[in-house]
Design a protein around this ligand. Structure first.
Ligand SMILES: NC(=O)c1ccc[n+]([C@@H]2O[C@H](COP(=O)([O-])OP(=O)(O)OC[C@H]3O[C@@H](n4cnc5c(N)ncnc54)[C@H](OP(=O)(O)O)[C@@H]3O)[C@@H](O)[C@H]2O)c1
Length: 250
């Protein structure tokens, strides 16, 4: 990986990370972004490209993939729940060399009480929010360069679940727990697994719930700021990025 430094700090405010280790450069990095068509994923793509990374972007929506304006062959439309889709996503990026960074920004949300939630919704939440990141991690690990990182976004709800979001929160707590164990396996291969837990962010996710209606959230964080904080944590070598790291940006 190219070792030149990248100044994403210019766009990111002061932050509180934990467990810093080695530094990590985004310039020249071979990066896979899953969920690249989303509110956070599309910002990851633009900030990573601006920092000089080579990005392979995966999403489902063809129009929003095209709007990312990446070079030909750097976008891939895939439903990552399907068999071998995570392998195909990883292969597309790994065809350019060992992976320096995998960012998983896929996810779905649902609202409503446990009394009302349907089995179809439970299945969809756990498939997308738990199975997909596990399958993506499993597919990526053999292709990760030493010193590389895998990033997932569980969210603040993985720290404290809420009424009306219990099933979504359970899927995110499962993701966080998965990463806790996986991180200890992956570090034997010098791969860092970074769980990130931002609070509510204005991406429009809440308005795209697969079931139910969102409560009246207070104004959320700015998506560009959230992404810059996460990328700064990546470059700083952070091993965990809890909700407190985003608190000063409210
Ligand atoms: N926004 C928040 O307040 C917040 C806070 C904490 C954590 N998070 C987490 O951050 C992540 C990104 O959230 P966001 O706000 O950016 O949501 P978003 O704008 O709705 O983006 C979700 C992304 O996931 C992709 N996706 C969903 N299902 C997929 C599938 N089966 N296969 C492939 N791609 C799939 C979507 O692709 P298409 O659109 O192309 O279908 C889209 O790119 C989620 O995991 C979310 O839970 C969000």
């Amino acid at each position: 990986m190219n070792e030149s430094s990248v100044d994403i700090a210019a766009t990111a405010p002061v932050r509180k990370h934990v467990s810093m280790t080695s530094s990590f450069a985004l310039a020249g990095a071979n990066v896979l972004v899953a969920g690249a068509t989303g509110g956070l994923g599309s910002r990851f793509v633009s900030q990573l490209v601006a920092a000089g990374a080579h990005v392979t972007a995966v999403g489902r929506d063809h129009g929003r993939l095209e709007a990312l304006d990446l070079p030909a062959g750097h976008t891939l439309a895939l439903d990552l729940r399907l068999p071998n889709a995570c392998v195909a996503a990883v292969d597309a990026a790994a065809g350019r060399g060992p992976l320096d960074l995998v960012v998983n920004a896929t996810g779905v949300v649902a609202f409503g009480t446990v009394a009302d939630v349907t089995i179809d919704t439970m299945e969809e939440l756990f498939l997308t929010n738990v199975f997909v990141p596990i399958m993506l991690s499993q597919s990526a690990l053999p292709h990760m360069a030493p010193g590389s990182a895998i990033v997932n976004i569980s969210g603040v709800i993985a720290e404290q679940n809420l009424p009306g979001m219990a099933t979504y929160g359970a899927s995110k707590a499962a993701l966080r727990s998965f990463q806790e164990g996986f991180a200890r396996e992956a570090r034997r291969q010098k791969v860092r697994v970074l769980d990130t837990r931002p609070p509510h962010t204005e991406t429009g996710l809440a308005s795209r719930a697969i079931e139910g209606t969102a409560p009246n959230f207070a104004q959320g964080l700015d998506p560009d700021t959230v992404v810059s904080i996460i990328l700064q944590a990546v470059t700083d070598g952070a091993k965990d990025l809890g909700s407190a790291a985003f608190a000063s940006d409210r």
